[in-house]
Design a protein around this ligand. Structure first.
Ligand SMILES: [Zn+2]
Length: 467
């Protein structure tokens, strides 16, 4: 038996690992490379295996850097089952269609540029139709259930606490009378995050493949407090302004709804102050994702289930409105009442949020509240850095609104949480570190060696190992 690391070996994106015996080959994840031109080029290269020879695939979660090349894999000949949790299966159509759409738009734009220079048109990595075609291979399975995927391999999905449906995978592999167990961390979440269950601690393994996104960083304690959020909402709405919250459509938006439900439906004193303030979710993707959350309550933690048991829907409240048409969306900018608009994309790079910024940045009564990480060079980061004006749709827009940073709950376990997770294995398994920048992997390797005497193998390029 053998493992080959085919992605997320030089950074955090493109997660893809192949496990094989003489008779069977499967993939763990098939993610897209992201983060600039050089990474993007990797997506167009041949896979380091023949997609036709991969029998099935096991998917840890629905983030694009873990699932984003599935349509491409199918386009190039893969026809096996794609095993994942039910919640992941429900999120995949939303994620992959959107990704196909983005690839089409990008190719259109690149083609326009290319034709101007007399060059060849650019084909998209895959299209919405390719994404649709790949969906028929999705095979949802239950958490905590052992599933035999061929006569040598059995898998089991465990909660990873990272996003809805995310999982840590256990894979048992038998060959030549030997049975080994491999644990794949997927992406690990932090404990005590809203809505989701905590990541599962696993104690037995022969091999562990783990992510190290935050391998050398610690999160500040409980970064987003609901009190700060409330204080800023009241300050803005009491002076007659609108609160605009850029938010990732899947995950962060549902956490915001969850927090606001506590204020609107569970705190009469606060409600009396906010009863005239409507909350609009203005992102078709966020609306669909919220529906998927509501349909998968088995993923919820105790606190969230508690609301349901008391008869309160934790993802809905009195003043919450999901906009439907683009007309509804446009109307939000004519309506001058104090309100809260939550819209995507989270870093303000695309989507309806850009229209809301254009209409709201100029008025000093308004505020823009950031609740998630803003990567370098994004519009969100520019606003956080105090830009006086920003370019939106070809025009310079003056920034007069108040800019507030309440960095939300991180979806990734930090160094100490990763270390705690890997130190729970009892029988000294061989550990492989992937899915991190080089420094994060190396620093984390040293940290767990110093602390627990674990000597991991740091993966820094595509490579294979006999198990
Ligand atoms: Zn992820």
């Amino acid at each position: 038996m053998r493992i080959e690391f085919c992605g997320a070996t030089t950074g955090v994106t493109g997660s893809c690992h192949k496990i094989s015996t003489k008779e069977h080959s499967i993939l763990l994840d098939c993610g897209q490379f992201q983060g600039g031109k050089d990474r993007d080029k990797l997506n167009y290269e041949d896979f380091p295996f023949d997609p036709k020879e991969i029998e099935s695939m096991v998917l840890s979660h629905a983030h694009i850097d873990h699932c984003g090349r599935i349509p491409l894999l199918v386009k190039r000949g893969f026809t096996g089952n794609i095993y994942c949790t039910k919640a992941t299966a429900d999120l995949l159509p939303i994620m992959l269609r959107d990704s196909g759409y983005i690839h089409e738009k990008e190719a259109e734009w690149k083609t326009k540029k290319a034709l101007e220079k007399g060059e060849e048109p650019v084909a998209p990595l895959y299209t919405v139709v390719d994404a649709e075609r790949s969906l028929k291979y999705i095979t949802p399975v239950r958490y905590n259930e052992e599933v035999e995927i061929n006569d040598q391999m059995t898998i089991k999905f465990n909660d990873a606490g990272h996003i809805l449906g995310s999982s840590i995978l256990e894979v048992w592999i038998s060959e030549d009378g030997e049975k080994k167990k491999l644990v794949f961390s997927g992406d690990l979440g932090m404990k005590h995050r809203p809505i989701l269950k905590d990541p599962t601690t696993i104690t037995e393994a022969d091999y562990v493949v783990m992510e190290t996104t935050y391998g050398n960083r610690l999160h500040p304690e409980n970064v987003m407090s609901i009190d700060d959020l409330l204080k800023n909402i009241l300050k803005t709405t009491e002076r007659g302004g609108t609160v605009v919250i850029p938010s990732f459509a899947v995950g962060r938006t549902q956490e915001m709804i969850y927090e606001l439900n506590k204020l609107y439906d569970n705190n009469p004193e606060v409600y009396s102050k906010l009863k005239n303030v409507k909350v609009y979710i203005d992102s078709p993707m966020a609306t669909s994702a919220t529906q998927v959350f509501k349909e998968n309550p088995e993923c919820f933690d105790k606190e969230t289930k508690g609301y349901i048991e008391r008869g309160d829907n934790p993802l809905d409240f009195k003043n919450l409105i999901f906009t439907k048409s683009t007309e509804d969306s446009k109307r939000l900018n004519i309506n001058k009442e104090p309100k809260i608009i939550i819209s995507a994309s989270g870093m303000c790079e695309a989507g309806r949020i850009r229209h809301h910024l254009r209409h709201n940045l100029g008025n000093k009564k308004n505020s823009i509240i950031f609740v998630g990480y803003q990567a370098e060079y994004t519009l969100g980061r520019k606003l956080l850095n105090g830009a006086d004006s920003v370019n939106l749709f070809g025009e310079e827009v003056q920034v007069n609104a108040e800019i507030v940073n309440l960095e939300g709950f991180s979806a990734h376990a930090d160094r100490d949480a990763l270390a705690e997770w890997v130190s729970s294995f009892k029988n000294n398994p061989r550990v492989f570190l992937v899915h991190g920048e080089d420094d994060a992997k190396k620093d984390f390797a040293k940290f767990i060696d110093d602390k627990f005497g674990i000597k991991p193998t740091v993966i820094t390029e595509n490579s294979g190992f006999d198990l």
